[in-house]
Write a protein that binds this ligand. Structure first.
Ligand code: TRP
Ligand code: ZN
Length: 512
């Protein structure tokens, strides 16, 4: 169908509730729609009651900005500077989410030492951040961090003064840091995480670290939740490597990204050391604590697969991942070799949301199935290996993950694949929201249209380019931007080179 007619059709529809939606669509489309609703949690968990206005400037997010510094911190540190220097770098420059990320430096590595107990809703932590100054000189160093009581802040081993307000932790080095100089921060803090709805995520009451019934712990951070559990430069433009040292009561298991290096037990506690030696956006960092069985295998081509599964979920899980090794190798053939040390899932006591946390996907206990597992696997390439330059371009994450999952399901049946895409297209026409794919309102960032409208666009692009150019373009895209970020324009340029002509009008028609 012509894009304009498609758009017009979409426009005619009024916004509907999730319940209304599912009654108005065809049988075949229903399968996909229900899956979509599940994946983004619409109608699942409590919709937040007091969502802040989208893109509210940080200074207005909280009615009364507070200076949070513990009495001990104040007592043990040099007095704050008398004249507050000009605060620079409070945004990394994503126009869609100006409140996120910070400029002037590049984080290279985080070490997160966390003491956690599901029975106590408290995080006791020391976070070490290594980085390099990128600005000509850096007078103030700002991080994203919400809540907690800060006990100590060290810069290169020396106490450094700070303020903590408006969701930013700002450090004041005694002398400006010169360009290219490496630095090491150590920030110790404790407390009960702040719970606040994200303007971008309507289907979770809050993001960050969540404690469940005194029994388990998990993390939800996309897109702006990692600052609710550790200080960081909270934007995919600043990726870093990670080490986790997680201490939990003896008997529980702590899971994170990458590889389990070591488990150290004493009488009452266990410390789990995890390392991830590839660059990762902070929203993809994860910690899950619970009672798990570890399952391990390898894909036919040798990718290490390891999973952490709750007891009761074992049968369902085994069924869901029966073909996982094949799927990993199949995607490696299509997009380039699986980029990381290992891949797997960790099940969590959360309803209706799963998240593509790098190498260790968070899988909701009530979403264990082929659709979700394959969708999240596709994100290892689309979103994790190549991350978004701006959150505005979410269609490139969710549209591709959705499309790849549909491709996988129909890999042996091209005719059925076309039927499936037709069904998705009608579902989007019937139910799609009226906003440009390339510029969703924040509250619609993870909406039906982003996932399924995005998948329809991907399909159209493939048809426009032809299979050969489309798939060779994708391989070049991953080879070029893997381990980093790419914008829609950079993606388009790669696809244009692959097909040998401009796709400017085509992209504009779909995204604007
Ligand atoms: N990216 C997730 C997916 O589609 C959906 C998602 C976005 C999410 N933000 C989230 C899930 C926050 C959990 C929490 O796979
Ligand atoms: Zn997704």
């Amino acid at each position: 169908m012509k894009k304009q007619a498609f758009k017009d059709k979409v426009k005619k529809k009024n916004p509907q509730t999730c319940g209304e939606r599912s009654r108005t669509i065809t049988k075949m489309a229903q399968i996909f729609l229900i899956w979509g609703i599940l994946l983004v949690g619409c109608g699942q968990t409590a919709v937040p009651t007091a969502t802040p206005l989208p893109n509210t400037p940080v200074s207005q997010m909280e009615p009364t900005p507070t200076l949070i510094a513990s009495p001990t911190a104040v007592a043990t540190q040099p007095p704050p500077p008398t004249a507050t220097p000009q605060l620079d770098g409070l945004s990394i420059g994503d126009p869609y989410a100006p409140e996120l990320g910070n400029a002037g430096y590049d984080v290279t590595h985080y070490t997160l030492s966390l003491s956690l107990d599901p029975a106590v809703e408290n995080i006791d932590a020391t976070v070490e951040i290594r980085g390099v100054v990128t600005a000509p000189e850096l007078a103030t160093l700002s991080l994203d961090f919400v809540g907690f009581t800060i006990a100590e802040t060290l810069l290169d081993g020396q106490p450094v003064t700070f303020t903590h307000k408006d969701d930013k932790l700002i450090l004041f080095p005694a002398q400006p840091l010169p360009q290219n100089s490496p630095f090491a921060l150590s920030i110790s803090y404790a407390g009960n995480p702040v719970e606040r709805p994200s303007p971008y995520v309507g289907f979770a009451a809050s993001l960050g670290m969540r404690f469940v019934n005194g029994q388990s712990i998990y993390v939800l951070s996309e897109p702006d939740g990692s600052r609710f559990w550790f200080p960081n430069n909270d934007h995919p433009r600043d990726k870093a490597t990670y080490r986790f040292e997680i201490t939990v009561p003896r008997g529980l298991t702590a899971v994170a990204n990458g590889r389990l290096i070591e488990q150290i037990n004493d009488e009452t506690s266990s410390t789990f050391i995890w390392e991830h030696n590839h660059l990762m956006a902070s929203y993809l960092a994860t910690v899950v604590v619970g009672d798990f069985e570890r399952l391990e295998s390898v894909s036919p081509d040798g990718v290490l697969l390891r999973h952490y599964v709750n007891d009761g979920a074992r049968e369902e899980f085994d069924r869901a991942i029966a073909d996982l090794g094949e799927a990993v190798d199949w995607m490696s053939d299509l997009f380039g070799p699986y980029p990381y040390e290992a891949f797997g899932y960790v099940t969590a006591d959360v309803s209706g949301v799963s998240l593509e946390t790098q190498t260790m996907v968070l899988l909701a206990n009530n979403m264990i199935g082929q659709r979700t597992t394959i969708h999240e696997l596709a994100h290892m390439w689309f979103g994790d290996w190549v991350s978004l330059d701006s959150w505005q371009q979410m269609w490139r994450n969710e549209g591709f993950a959705t499309y790849v999952q549909l491709m996988w399901e129909n890999r042996d049946d091209p005719e059925n694949f076309e039927l499936a895409m037709e069904a998705v297209r009608s579902a989007v026409e019937e139910n799609g929201e009226d906003f440009p794919l390339g510029n969703p309102p924040p509250a619609k960032l993870f909406s039906f249209n982003t996932y399924f409208g995005g998948a329809v666009f991907v399909h159209e692009l493939r048809q426009e380019m032809g299979d050969e150019a489309f798939f060779s373009g994708l391989k070049t895209y991953f080879a070029t931007y893997g381990d980093g970020t790419a914008s829609d324009d950079e993606f388009r340029a790669v696809m244009e080179t692959a097909v040998g002509r401009s796709l400017a009008d085509f992209f504009a028609e779909w995204l604007e």
